[in-house]
Ligand binder design. Sequence first.
Ligand code: NAD
Length: 367
Amino acid sequence: MSKTIYIAGLGLIGASIALGIRRDHPEYRLLGYNRSQESRIIALEAGMIDAATDCFEKFAAEADVIILCLPIKQTIQFIKKLATLDLKEQVLVTDAGSTKAEIVAAADTYLAPKNVNFIGGHPMAGSHKTGAAAADVHLFENAYYIFTPSLATKKDAIARMTDLLSGLRARFIEISAQDHDRITSQVSHFPHVLASSLMNQAGAYVSDYPLTNNFAAGGFRDMTRIAESEPGMWTSILLSNRESILERMQEFQARLDQVAHMIQAGDEEAIWQFFEAGRQTRKAMEIHKRAGVDSFYDLFITVPDQEDIILAILEILRGISVVNIRINEENREDIHGILQITFKNKRDQQEAFRRLEEKTSYSISIE
Ligand code: NAD
């Protein structure tokens, strides 16, 4: 049976969700709200949606499902607005905000008393790109898509959502909004604070030691990649998850103090144990085992500095989908080879490894 899905916010997330819905439910009618004309036109012309508006109220009453893909503050405003509108009796409302407790609390306050079915949602993938032009049907593949049920959530909500969003090929999971915000403060929000702090610290050091810029290589790049994220989104994330992030920062300060003491005391054994514990913990984490958020399948190949070498390697890999190729810088102290090729999945990575092993004598490493 055809359904009407209303996506408010045709940015990276909203437009990518639209593509995912189209993939498995081509018969559904997709409507879109977007404040600016640019993303409305892109979404219409690319066939992501069937009709668009710049007036949020316009399509709300027609929708079976409303998906809010807006910044956190606007998501809360639109939840308040929805509580004042006449909606379909069976309507299901969800959102895509990166923090959940404030949004879910707004839904419990404004939508639950009106008997409107709401489930918090967070698709845990993204990029630094914004707008409908950056939409990608593969964005959420293998990524966790978190649902955070609350007072406003009816029993059918998760089953309806997982069916609607099956085309995203995401890994759906359900936890409380509070646990969501605590866990993401540790593995996402606080690391963004750290990455930007490291960048700002290095930036300041450049005035004393200009070569800082030149020597920053693989390890520093990996530690600070997320410092290029969009500042507006991260400002609102920090402000809507203050308690957990501040707690993580205080705990981290204590850990830094501990390491400082070990160094001051010249405690070789303690320092070794500190690195070893970090190494073992990282090895045991899922980031090593799957293509989850921001995690890909890499091969590192130590190739000679020779003309057309990359072309020769790509020829060997012909037919295998390559996500990225990177030639790593001169300072390769902390990586395993000069050429880094990234694949979409393990099968492609293994096939590439097999072919390169068979046809070349280069040293190839997977980790
Ligand atoms: P985006 O910048 O690509 O899109 C934002 C959308 O919000 C656009 O449609 C824009 O027109 C609209 N918007 C912004 N301010 C508005 C306002 N004042 N009134 C009405 N509309 C407004 O951003 P995005 O990456 O699609 O993010 C959308 C939501 O998804 C955010 O809540 C973000 O926290 C969350 N999210 C983002 C990522 C990511 O990495 N980009 C990942 C998961 C979740």
